[in-house]
Structure formats: C-alpha cells, structure tokens
Design a binder for this molecule. Structure first.
Ligand SMILES: Cc1ncc(COP(=O)(O)O)c(C=O)c1O
Length: 452
C-alpha cells in the first residue's frame, strides 16, 4: 500500500483486528481510542448493531445497480437528504463515493448552471462588460480543504494543494479566511472585514459575469477547526445573492451531527444552493452526496448533467446512510453531541487556562481544537503552514498520546484535534482530557513567550 500523504519508508502500521464503539484493538492486544473517528467518518462509532443489521438485510436483496435503474434505498436516501437540507422544494441529489467526488460535482453544477443561464438568455446576456467567457470562476478560501481530486484540490487553500500545482484547474481565486483568532485583517470578531474583502474580490474578478460560485466549509475542518462567525456566513449569502452567485456549502466533515445539529449550516440560518456531504454519510461505506436546490437542478431538465462515476448511488451504502439518519434521530445522538460537547468544551478550557502553549480553544459540538502557539501575545504558531510534513511539536505530542496513552489523533494539524465519535461517554472524555493534560507538557516546552 501507498499511505496517503506520506513518505513510505516509515509506513509500518499497527494491525487492527477488531473495532467497537470508539475503540480499535490491535493484533498484539492493545486497545486504542480513535480520537479522529476514523478520518471523521465513524460518527456513530464502530460496529453499530442497527447499521450492521440494516446492511446485512440489504446485502441479501441488492447491493448495487447502475443509475439507469432505481432502487429503494437510493431513492429514499435522496428524498431524505432533500428534506433535511435547508431550502424548499424537491432538490436533486448526485451520489459519489468521496467528498472530493461530490465537490467536483458541485463545482461542475455551478458552472453548468451559469452557462445554461446564458444560453437561455441569449444575446442579451452578453451585453456591456459581460462578454466572453461564461461565469466560471470559483471563490474559495485559503483555510479550506475540499478533497484530492483535480478540481477539488485546486479549489482547496490547504498546503496539500501544492502537490497538484502547477497543473491546477484554472479559475479558482482564494479569499482570506474568516478566522477571528488569527484574522489577516487584525481585529475582525464577526468576520465583517473578511466578508467585505470577499466582495471586493468578487467585484475585481468580474462579478456575476465571470464568477460562478463561492465555496465554504461552515466550520473549517482540516485547516484548523474554525467555526465561521454567524454574521460572516449571513454576509456571504447576501453577497452571493447580490452578485448572482451560487453558494456551495461543503459539509463533508461537519454533516451528520458532528456539530450538534444534523448539518452545521443550521447554526447559521443560511440556505445554500448546493450542499456537499461525505465521510460519515455512508457510515461504514464510501458514500458522498451533492445536493442541489430545485431551482439549480432544473437546468438539467433540458441540458446534460455532464458528470458521472461507476457505483453512483450504491444501494448498500445508501441503506447504511438511511439507517444512520434514523439512528441519529432516534437514539439522541444530537443531544449527546450537544451535552458532551459542552462538557468537553469546559474541560478543554481548563487545559487552556493551565497550559501556556494553548493559544485558543475552539469548536462546536464534538469538533474541537486546541490551537497551539509559541507565544500567546504574538500568536506565533507552534507548527506553521509550511511545516505540515516536517517533524514538529504537534507530531511529538501525538506520538506521546499514541505510544503512552493509547489515544490516536492526527498529527499533521495546526493544533490538537478532539473529534471523538458522537457516542463518546463522559468517562471517555475524562480519560482524553487527562491524557491531553500530560501531553501538553510537551508543547509547553516549546513555548518561548515574550514574542520571541
Ligand atoms: C470539508 C471537506 N471536503 C472534502 C473533503 C474530501 O473528502 P474525501 O477525502 O472523502 O475525498 C474533506 C476531507 O477531509 C473535507 O474535510
């Protein structure tokens, strides 16, 4: 195997032979807590009996047929996703197997829609400065990750994008982040200055004549767990409306209850035109979805939806997803996420007060980070953007947690991530916090203070 995003010579993974709840068992008898929820996919924990049962029953009748035919789980899931996504009417859903695949679909949908609009309007659409070409630009943000496919990676600000350059998909422009702790605009608690600058970029890129869409994660995931300020998200919607752009909301990491609501966008009272889901959607199966508003989807009544993949709408994966939505609704998963999320937040705040290397405690639901710094006043990061693949103190901390405390968490981050499965218990949170308390002594040793 080639391990993702790694040089291979040190790839000697421990072998997992069994999983249950939040835990993985190795072949040599270790029991490891998965603080990353298996790449943020296992929101309901490993081996949930209801999901396994639903999958087993589904397997006995139908696993996959092409989308030239219909199957019950695929149709029911499309309907359910249309219902739970904000906005009215019968939305339409395209199913993929990865977040990147669904993001690629979303970017194409936005561009097709804008192009088809011009076709409909004819000559009158090409007046004044609105001439060649059609609106194709996508505005993304530096602190973002939308996946490793060609266009998804090009639309990602994350350093992983650099591996795809210089042959990125053209037409993406990056806006600064709405990141109050470390805003490029100085003081910007509500993100108004970030929103102003976003609008400036749209205008300078040609506005509605040249820009198709803005893509955002409502809570930035792998680029620092940054919940968008409420006012900022509202402004983004208003700006898109003002300039006739589509708003694509990428919920690959935040969907399915992670933030205490089924979708993170519900915290913002904003209706997207296109919403992307992935990761936890298929529970134990690769499944993603690009959910398109009825208005945007109607463009494909007459014009071709030029996108596709084998295994789209995989019936077994859709059955797992349907059952997981029921489990979330019937087993108090959102309530647990809110309750234990608040408890976790309180405990992390105590760690923040105690350990100087914690610059900020940030998150929502059961999606938290401790942003680590060398100095609190200057906020000098303990691991800079460019050091993603180098040895750094966050890696040291993660190694300590893994080797000494049997807790797995990703080490390639700006800070510590706390993303347990949503079925985590208070006892497990106490265990995590106590281990972190010890581990943070490592990053405290790198704390220099005094702006140095
Ligand atoms: C917000 C977001 N979008 C898209 C992706 C890509 O998903 P996948 O790895 O399934 O392609 C990710 C993955 O981390 C993500 O966090």
């Amino acid at each position: 195997m080639l391990q993702c995003w790694s040089a291979q010579k040190s790839y000697l993974p421990d072998v997992i032979v069994r999983t249950e709840g939040c835990w993985m068992h190795t072949d040599d008898g270790r029991k490891i807590f998965d603080l990353r929820s298996a790449h943020e996919c296992i929101n309901l924990g490993f081996n949930h009996p209801r999901i396994l049962d639903a999958m087993q029953k589904q397997m006995n009748s139908l696993i996959y047929i092409t989308d030239d035919f219909a199957s019950e789980p695929t149709a029911l899931l499309a309907k359910k996703l249309s219902d739970i996504t904000p906005g009215e009417g019968n939305k339409k859903v395209w199913f993929g197997q990865s977040g990147a695949g669904a993001v690629e679909a979303a970017l194409k949908v936005a561009r097709f829609y804008k192009y088809n609009q011009l076709l409909e309007k004819g000559r009158e659409a090409f007046q004044g400065s609105n001439q060649y070409p059609y609106p194709y630009k996508i505005i993304s943000r530096y602190r973002s990750w939308h996946g490793a496919g060609g266009s998804a990676m090009s639309a990602s600000g994350d350093p992983r994008r650099w591996f795809g350059e210089p042959v990125s998909m053209p037409g993406v422009v990056f806006a600064p982040d709405a990141y109050p702790y470390r805003s490029p605009f100085g003081e910007d608690p509500d993100g108004h200055r970030a929103a102003d600058y976003l609008e400036y970029i749209i205008e300078m890129e040609g506005g509605s004549g040249f820009v198709a869409a803005v893509i955002v994660e409502p809570v930035v995931g792998s680029n620092g767990i940054i919940p968008a300020p409420k006012a900022y998200m509202k402004r983004v919607r208003e700006i898109c409306d003002k300039h006739g752009l589509l708003l694509i909301v990428d919920e690959t990491m935040t969907g399915l209850g992670r933030t205490g609501k089924m979708l993170a966008i519900e915290h913002y009272d904003v209706v997207p035109d296109i919403l992307v889901m992935g990761k936890a959607l298929g529970v134990y199966c690769p499944l993603s979805a690009c959910i398109v508003s009825a208005e945007v989807a109607s463009t494909f009544d007459d014009y071709i939806f030029g996108h596709g993949q084998s295994f789209s709408g995989h019936a077994l994966a859709c059955r797992a997803a349907l059952e997981s939505l029921k489990v979330i609704e019937e087993e108090g998963i959102l309530e647990n996420t809110v309750k234990l999320g608040e408890y976790l937040h309180q405990e992390l705040k105590k760690l923040g007060d105690k350990h100087p290397s914690v610059g900020e405690v940030r998150g929502l639901g059961l999606m938290w980070t401790l942003e680590l710094v060398k100095d609190r006043e200057s906020k000098k990061p303990i691991r800079s953007t460019g050091e993603k693949y180098d040895d750094n103190p966050v890696k040291e901390l993660a190694d300590f947690l893994y080797n000494e405390k049997d807790i797995y968490l990703p080490s390639d981050k700006f800070g510590v991530w706390i993303m347990p499965p949503l079925i985590v218990t208070a006892d497990e949170i106490d265990m995590i916090v106590s281990a972190l308390d010890k581990a943070l002594e490592i990053t405290d040793d790198y704390y220099t203070g005094n702006n140095s």
